[in-house]
Design a protein around this ligand. Sequence first.
Ligand SMILES: [Zn+2]
Ligand SMILES: [Zn+2]
Ligand SMILES: [Zn+2]
Length: 136
Amino acid sequence: MDNKALLHKHGLRITDTRLAVLSLLQNSSKALSQSDVERSLPQQADRVTLFRVLQAFEDAGLAHKVMDAHGVARYASCAPTCSTEQHQDSHAHFHCTQCGDVYCLEDVELPKVKVPKGFKQQESHLEVEGRCAACA
Ligand SMILES: [Zn+2]
Ligand SMILES: [Zn+2]
Ligand SMILES: [Zn+2]
């Protein structure tokens, strides 16, 4: 499926900025902050637009958000099974303590956690800290 079809499938209008941001996220090995995206885009886009694009991707199941050590949101492209209803990115994330980059560890699945009766689980996170290959 090409990215136009992908945006359409997730209920989003096709715009040049959305297409550019989507392919940026797909081709990046690490999760990208809004300023990373801003720096890497072929054409300039204003901040508000970019913020909305990333927000829309998260709502639509195209990108998931990971907070870095400074509380800055970073975005990574989603598993194909993610949808507007639910994210399915149940993998761990690696936080580099040196450069601060965040990587999806897609092969590391989150353990199933049993919550007490009457509790309803929405999300769980597993974070691994260390040094990435570039910093090690
Ligand atoms: Zn997702
Ligand atoms: Zn690093
Ligand atoms: Zn991830």
